[in-house]
Design a protein around this ligand. Structure first.
Ligand SMILES: C[S@@+](CC[C@H](N)C(=O)[O-])C[C@H]1O[C@@H](n2cnc3c(N)ncnc32)[C@H](O)[C@@H]1O
Length: 330
């Protein structure tokens, strides 16, 4: 696909501009929004709460006013409605953890030039391994966001008649919960690292599904998966791994399925040209910079893992998003 229209010079500059990004991330890191909370405050009060230099904090707050996250009346700074809903720590819809993750990854991005020159990755461990608490908080935010799309995804997959689901690297249990809510006969196993399952235990309990969703702690690359299952789901786990690790995991999933069972892979796949979807091309660089050996793959890669493992009826159910294979019936 060619370039649909030329970028203007202003748009090129806009692409290269990150000042506001770092201002926002720093404000979240300093927890400026929670310090202000529902009642407007002076810069002195806010500086006292977060422990900051008053005159420099004033500059940051003024920029946040210009960015429409704060308002200023006389010398009082208040939160915008959006900041109050999403950026105050005790708010039920707080999303700051996701922004804290971006901030934690800031220095890795600084090494992109070096990575491109040498081919060597900047990190030897992902932030989910180095900071499981942050990882878990991020999963909790993603779970809240994912709850909106989960029921639709469950409906599209038509799991009627299936009884046993394995959600590999199921995280907060977002999909397992949505699937069990959509299909009353379904029972699920969420397989994930023990540290992650602490969060899953809470979400499953919150959904009242403890009797139908089992938690299985383990490393899916090293430990047995159990089974047999009617359906195995791999949702957003394969882009952290190498091609060969994914091939091995798909083989392992094949062995854990009952004949006639299916493996569903949901991920952020690149199209065959590698230049789209646009978000995924940038996500590929994010994965390059922030993981030891992750990568974004194409649907054709997933299809190769499935074919090599023995799956049939392989199909791209949703473009650059969902690929499925069936284990042949006996
Ligand atoms: C991006 S999250 C995806 C969560 C969920 N599947 C979803 O779609 O919302 C990746 C998950 O894989 C888990 N994970 C990563 N490596 C793993 C491993 N070797 N064994 C088990 N789980 C793993 C992480 O703990 C995390 O919950």
């Amino acid at each position: 696909m060619g370039v649909s229209r030329e970028l203007s010079l202003a748009e090129v500059f806009q692409l290269g501009y990150y000042w506001e990004t770092k201002i926002l991330l720093t404000a979240v890191k300093l927890d400026v929004f929670s310090a202000i909370d529902a009642k407007p405050k002076t810069v002195q009060e806010i500086a006292g709460r977060i422990g900051a230099d008053t005159s420099i904090l004033g500059m940051l707050l003024n920029a946040l006013v210009a960015m429409k996250l704060l308002s200023k009346n006389g010398d009082m700074f208040g939160l915008s409605a959006t900041a109050l809903t999403y950026l105050v720590r005790h708010a039920p819809q707080y999303v700051g953890h996701l922004l804290l993750l971006h901030d934690a990854e800031w220095n890795n991005w600084g090494q992109l030039e070096e990575t491109v020159r040498t081919g060597r990755r900047a990190v030897d461990r992902h932030v989910f391994e180095t900071n499981p608490e942050l990882g878990s908080n991020v999963l909790a935010v993603l779970n809240r966001i994912g709850q909106q799309s989960g029921p639709n995804f469950a409906a599209r997959l038509k799991l009627v008649g299936d009884e046993r689901l394995l959600d590999l690297g199921g995280g907060a249990g977002t999909n397992a919960i949505a699937f069990c809510q959509a299909y009353p006969e379904l029972r699920a196993t969420v397989f994930d690292l023990a540290a992650t399952l602490k969060l899953t235990e809470k979400t499953v309990k919150g959904a009242g599904l403890e009797s139908r969703i089992a938690l299985h702690p383990g490393d899916f690359n090293a430990d047995p998966l159990g089974g047999p299952y009617d359906v195995v789901l791999m949702s957003d786990i394969l882009h952290y791994q190498t091609f060969q690790m994914n091939q091995d995991l798909v083989k392992k999933a094949f062995a854990s399925l009952t004949p006639g069972g299916r493996l569903i892979i949901k991920d952020r796949f690149l199209d065959e040209t590698g230049t789209g979807p646009a978000w995924t091309t940038a996500f590929t660089i994010h994965i390059l910079v922030n993981t030891q050996h992750g990568s974004c793959y194409k649907c054709s890669d997933a299809m190769r893992w499935l074919t090599t493992s023995g799956f049939g009826s392989i199909a791209e159910l949703e473009k650059t998003a969902v690929v499925q294979g069936l284990k042949p019936s006996l």
